[in-house]
Structures are given as C-alpha cells and as structure tokens.
Design a protein around this ligand. Sequence first.
Ligand code: NAI
Length: 299
Amino acid sequence: MVGFDGRVAIITGAGGGLGRQHAISLASLGASIVVNDLGGSVSGEGSDESAADRVVVEITAAGGIAVAEHSSVADPAGGEAIVARALDEFGRVDIVINNAGILRDKSFANLTPELVDPVLDVHLRGAFHVTRPAFAHMKERGYGRIVFTSSGSGLMGNFGQANYGAAKMGLIGLMNVLKLEGARYNIKVNAVAPIALTRMTTDLFSGMADTFAPEDVSPAVAYLVSEECDLTGEVWSVGGGSVSRFFVGLTDGYVKPRRKGLLTVEDIARNVDAIRDESSYIVPFSSQDEFSKLGPRLV
Ligand code: NAI
C-alpha cells in the first residue's frame, strides 16, 4: 500500500485545479500538507487568500491535516516562506510538488516582456525558489521526493505558447540536474506532463471534458512522491486514465572514425537518414551513458 503517514508535502498552486486534487489525495493518504496558493487569475493577475484557505477547510473537514500558505512562488522570499511554513508547522519537508502556473499565450512574434517574464517567473524561477530551500533540507535529512509539472507544450510544442513551453522544458533541465545531485541523498526527482480539465484548459476539451479529470492525474503524482518510488529523472504523460513515459532517446547515428579524418559537411549530407534513424537508440540517464556509447565507436 502506498501511504504517506508522517510525511510532509508542499504543494504549490494547490488552491484549485490539479494542485487542489494532489493536496486532497495526499492528505487522504496520510500526508500533512502545506497548501500554497497566491490565488490570482489564470494570467497571474491579483491575489486571493481564500483559494488556499478553502482547500485547507476541505482537507481538515475530511479528517486530514493541512495549513494554508499564500506566498507567490515567483518571489525568492516567497519560496523561502513556503518552506519555512512547512518547517515551522510540521518540522520537516519530505515532498515538494511544483504545480503553480499561469498562462499568457501569444504567438511568438507578438510576445512582449510583460507576457514572457511572469510566465518564466512562476513556472521556472518559481520552481527554483521553492525547491532550493526544500532541497537543502532534504539533503540534510537524506530523504526527498520532488515533482515538477511540465507540459506537452514544452515537450512537443504548442502554437502560441513559446513563453510557457520554454518554461516547462526548462523544468526538465532542472529535474535532470537535481536527479543527479539528489541521488546520494535518496532524493528522487521526476516530472509529469498532465492533461486535465481545469480553469486553465476550459477551452481545450470540446465534448471530452469528463474524460480528463484532475482525479486521474493525482494518483501518478502520488506514486512519484511516495517512498515506494525508486524512479528518478522520469517524465510521465498523465491524463484521462492513461499514464505513459516521455523520454529523450539518442539514436545510434552516424560515426566517422577519427582515423578517417575530420567530419565534413558532405559526410552529414550523405548520412542524414542514419543520424535520424530511430530503429536503434539508447535512453541515456546522464552524459556518462552518452560517452560510454560513443567511446568505442570513435577510434
Ligand atoms: P489552475 O489555474 O487551476 O492552477 C494553477 C494554480 O497556481 C492556481 O490555483 C493559481 O492561483 C496558482 N498560482 C499561479 N501563480 C502562482 C504563484 N505565483 N504562486 C503561487 N500560486 C500560484 O491550472 P491547472 O491546470 O491546475 O495547472 C496546474 C499546473 O499544471 C500548472 O503548472 C499548469 O501549467 C500545468 N499543466 C496543466 C495542464 C492541464 O491540462 N490542466 C496541462 C499541462 C500542464
């Protein structure tokens, strides 16, 4: 049985949508929750403490343990305050689910700094601000589970979301480094790319809204932040009852052995198919794996 008795989880942006559901799910499995939410609009305007407060009322009414926290993740001091709240209230942090997010969609040519910076600040820098103090604490205690909320918009691209897609893919880079830095300390770091009907996606699911419930995303997130989870550096696509894995594959490619001279542009032109051939590839965990694959073929 996957359980969270005695565990303390910080969930950002947990005043609604997916974060709320993650909070309710983990609380029902025994975790104590810091429900963080600034409570602004989808585009990140304004603030409203009642969003986080309502979720805390919901959790406690169901017999769970939760406290509200209203800082913005986009502010370094906010990140510190969120982690401090967990430590003050519960004395530890075992789990961080970076989930807070906003949208400011516009086609690339029409993007302005006002549309780019806040999106990077909430999704990408926000994840740094919250995870950094939590990670330091986890290292000391030798235990941690971290999930980043990425998106197909970064992993595959989505028209009009250059700001959002870049931030969401940036989180994968952050995950990849933390999976290495956390390995010695039993800190597992993973990501999800969810698909769910929330206020952020109301226009997306014409006729299929019922298929994509936030309730179908939280079980995968709960597994990834559980003690049972040994995985690290994974990116899971989760939605509508389906769970699968995105990964970065490295094809066998074309190699011109050193003894045959330096690579030329003609070599590339002649071997584009081999470079791109997906019939054989590895999924490298780190650059070590890439070098192990390359080494014998280069001489
Ligand atoms: P949502 O808008 O219901 O939830 C986002 C929450 O983050 C809101 O409650 C909002 O108040 C909070 N928030 C925004 N800025 C904040 C800040 N600076 N500090 C603290 N809290 C802040 O939308 P949803 O769909 O639940 O989104 C959750 C996460 O999932 C987001 O990161 C989103 O980008 C991601 N996502 C959602 C998808 C979906 O299909 N719903 C698809 C791919 C990714």
